[in-house]
Design a binder for this molecule. Structure first.
Ligand SMILES: Cc1cc2nc3c(=O)[nH]c(=O)nc-3n(C[C@H](O)[C@H](O)[C@H](O)COP(=O)(O)O)c2cc1C
Length: 198
């Protein structure tokens, strides 16, 4: 099996839903499996450590997941046009992965959930691509051959899958966002498999 790590941080569930649809897209590709993982929240008390297993949702990501995956998609809510601190903390605390080039040459993708359509949604995706480039990853976006990109009224951009949660944060993932997230997962898995077969 070709393992694809689908890593996310989510405070109110929007990014988690997109992560689930990306994982389903990954597993729609024969021979690929999704490893759905999350990261702990950063705490004002920097000495605090999270329990080994979160109360709900996916397990926390481990070094074995990072080293063993053939591809990685990661998602975060848009916080001021960027990724949330908890996801940034994940990258900042894995310098050894960068030093060891453990992600270099692997395909990578980003996804997000944001409150508004024009409040930093795409800026968050673009800024999230930057760490992947530092790690030497090969960026997999969403091409316009996914024709839903032309008519989405919510999320889904050429930079990756996404969801707009609205001003009250309660807007559900719509069918277009869902389809694009699955297409993004399938595309990442297909690229991972092709690279793994070389
Ligand atoms: C600290 C903070 C900053 C935020 N910044 C933005 C922003 O820049 N643009 C935006 O559209 N939404 C912003 N939001 C709203 C979240 O991106 C939105 O509620 C998102 O759907 C949450 O995703 P989640 O359900 O995965 O936690 C912000 C929310 C918080 C708490």
């Amino acid at each position: 099996m070709t393992p694809v790590l689908v890593l996310y941080y989510s405070r109110s569930g929007g990014t988690a839903k997109i992560a689930n649809h990306i994982a389903r897209g990954v597993e729609s590709v024969s021979g690929c499996e999704a490893w759905l993982r999350t990261v702990p929240s950063v705490s004002a008390d920097t000495e605090a450590t999270a329990a080994a297993v979160p109360a709900d949702g996916a397990p926390y990501v481990t070094r074995d997941d990072i080293e063993g995956c053939a591809a990685l998609a990661y998602g975060s809510p848009a916080h001021f046009g960027n990724m949330a601190a908890s996801m940034k903390y994940f990258w900042d605390s894995h310098v050894d992965v960068w030093l060891g080039s453990q992600l270099a040459g692997k395909p990578g993708a980003v996804f997000t959930s944001s409150g508004s359509l024009h409040g930093g949604h795409e800026a968050a995706q673009l800024s999230m691509i930057v760490p992947l480039l530092h790690h030497g990853m090969l960026i997999v976006g969403l091409p316009y051959s996914e024709t839903a990109l032309n008519h989405t009224t919510g999320g889904g951009t050429p930079y990756g899958a996404s969801h707009i949660s609205g001003a009250d944060g309660k807007r559900a993932v719509d069918d277009t966002e869902l389809g694009l997230a699955r297409a993004h997962g399938a595309r990442l898995a297909t690229v991972a498999q092709a690279l793994a077969a070389r």
